[in-house]
Design a protein around this ligand. Sequence first.
Ligand code: AHR
Length: 516
Amino acid sequence: MNPIQRGVLALCMMTAGGAFAADAVSLTIDTGKPGAVINKDVYGQFAEHLGTGIYEGLWVGPKSKIPNTKGWRNDVVGALKDIHVPLVRWPGGCFADEYHWRDGIGAREKRPVKVNTNWGGVDESNAVGTHEFFDLVEMLGADAYVNGNLGTGSAQEMSEWVEYMTSDSKSTLANMRRKNGHDKPFKVAYFAVGNEAWGCGGNMSPQYYSDLYKQVETFLRAPKQYRPKIIASGGNDNDVTWSEVLSKELKKQTDGISFHYYTIPTGKWEVKGASTGFQENEWISTLSNTLRMETHIQKNSAAMDKNDPEKKLGLLVDEWGTWYDVEKGTNPGFLFQQNTLRDAVVAALNFNIFHAHADRVRMTNIAQMVNVLQSMIITDKDKMLLTPTYYAYQMYVPFQGATSLPVSLKDNPDYSAGGFKVPEISASAARGADGKLYVALVNTNPNKAADVALNIPGQSIKSVKGNLLTASAMDTHNTFQSPNAIKPVAFSAAAGADGKLTVKVPAKAVIVVAVE
Ligand code: AHR
């Protein structure tokens, strides 16, 4: 624990308990009206063949001096296991629509080398293919989300990939999988038909995509117990037409519709904003932009409600996170960026939104797992470091598979700066699979602590215990020189003699606690 973290902890320990402060934000948790279960897959990850996200960051090959298991780095896999990664989406992204699965099976030295035209024009060795990917998810204890190639592929290619992965028959493809080392079918939890069909996936209209999807889905055959959920690739940002059209056209042939939304500090793709060294105006613009996720989910869900009022289809946010200008001196096609306290706050705000919409949002994948965009882990040769976003995921583990509970905030002031305003406190609550009540609190204000008075009708509160993540500066981040500049510390607070409990949430902080 660094001195700042110790100081913050001491402050919290000293002032957290006791009677309600006069100007406290009031948080009421209605334990009597449980909502939907928060699908564990809401905490999914995305690993694309992009930059050093897979090669170097995760995969070093079995002959590397960097300790590995079947080519996957032991340090990185170990750290990812600690945040209980439930699901990994692979191989892209834009890359998926140029990926041909046959390039990635059989003897590695004989696999064709291709050009990764989307991401930096670098050589793609195909060293990581289907079997290697399943080695990874098996080591992580995660499920697999495989993204099919609609852009440059075909119904036949996707149908054969699904057969190769899932068939238990004696077919030539199933036997080829056995010959390549995997006797039993792979468990594919989700299979997506294309990616961003409105853009890098082929610049299609939703109607044209729907027709192609129907054709492809018809031929995706798998034994019942191995059949993946089939996902339609949907829209992004403000555009709800994809959710409207796909939920109407594909209702009977899909399990869910994907949606992408990235948080850009300036809101402009040309000059996005820096990952570090930013001023308060870009702190708040980033948080304000990320909170748009709520409206996007509401609008897409409402569009889907028209055709699917029973909410049979999931809205799957299978790409989200911060997207900054790349770090100076790095390959612009590699999308490498630093990760600060601001990213952890962004992650926590999104988790709270996803929990509130758990009835429709059944899976999300942050972009991306290692070394790319808002990553969990940054590597440099044999070294790795954990980012603030990693710690946000770690703190929220109890929410995986928990039952969401309605929360309401009263007297929650806006924090305003630079022409933006956002609510000061964001909160979420759920009943964990272990029966405990978990509460998450985020203070968006970088200048002022906030008192949050807990009110849980019908339940007495003795104390809360958990973890706190904060730091002295808005852009505090870990580096290889200072890998522990920011990490969570233990946090607890006790009720006062009147049985009431107020949590003092430090400025720019995330807290997750269990209520006792
Ligand atoms: O995550 C990076 C890229 O962003 C993905 O490949 C693509 O789907 C999206 O545009």
